[in-house]
Design a protein around this ligand. Structure first.
Ligand SMILES: NC(=O)C1=CN([C@@H]2O[C@H](COP(=O)(O)OP(=O)(O)OC[C@H]3O[C@@H](n4cnc5c(N)ncnc54)[C@H](O)[C@@H]3O)[C@@H](O)[C@H]2O)[C@@H](O)CC1
Length: 201
């Protein structure tokens, strides 16, 4: 997880390559390896995100949290985090524009709905009156240029002044090289003044 609020600690982090991260997940779920099932890993990931937020951002100063969930498993981490944040006393709302009809997705949607966590239709309404945003749009399987319906969500994240907590990596950054893929060189230089740049290794 990366948060723009703890940039000063960036160089004490170690980063995994895309291939290594995927290989670790395969190993964790192998019967001869970790023996975990997928749902356990998603629950652990989402709980870790929510716990990290409680350490960095108190519910007294950052109670209103927008969660942007993407179409894959990174998005599921976001839904689990929203559920825990609600239990921890925060007020999450979720932007989840592209949903898959799978048992784990449907179960998490039901759990969030039963906690009265609102689902919003646009990134702007997610960010409005929020103190923090959880970026769970893309994780280690992101590649290429950002496609709809996530272009406007990424633009909204680039423009917002509130803290962004990214699950795994900042969405739309090249998984191996960091920095937004969609930016031209001049824009990239500007972005590096207030965003993190991830380097492999
Ligand atoms: N075993 C696992 O796969 C686990 C994954 N976890 C989380 O899930 C993430 C990886 O999950 P996934 O492999 O589902 O991948 P992601 O959640 O990173 O994203 C894949 C989804 O994004 C879409 N996508 C990729 N590039 C795009 C682009 N340029 N524009 C628009 N859409 C694009 C794909 O079509 C796919 O629907 C990890 O980073 C981690 O956060 C954890 O929950 C633990 C378990």
């Amino acid at each position: 997880m990366v948060t723009n609020g703890i940039a000063h600690n960036l160089f004490s982090f170690k980063f995994l390559s895309q291939r290594a991260a995927q290989a670790i997940d395969v190993e964790l779920m192998s019967p001869s390896g970790g023996g975990f099932v997928f749902e356990q890993l998603v629950e652990l990931a989402g709980l870790s995100v929510a716990q990290a937020i409680t350490k960095e951002y108190s519910k007294d100063t950052h109670p209103r949290i927008a969660v942007f969930s993407g179409p894959g498993n990174n998005g599921l981490d976001g839904l689990v985090a929203a559920r825990h944040l609600s239990h921890f006393g925060y007020k999450p709302k979720v932007y989840y524009p592209k949903r898959q009809d799978k048992p784990v997705n449907n179960g998490l949607l039901k759990q969030c709905t039963e906690l009265d966590i609102p689902f919003v239709d646009t990134p702007e309404s997610g960010l409005q009156d929020s103190d923090l945003v959880v970026d769970a749009i893309f994780g280690f399987s992101f590649s290429g240029e950002v496609r709809q319906p996530f272009v406007s969500a990424i633009e909204a994240l680039k423009a917002t002044q509130i803290p962004i907590v990214s699950v795994d990596i900042p969405s739309a950054w090249d998984v191996e090289k960091g920095i937004f893929r969609t930016l031209k060189k001049a824009e990239r230089l500007k972005e590096t003044t207030h965003e993190l740049e991830l380097m492999p290794g």
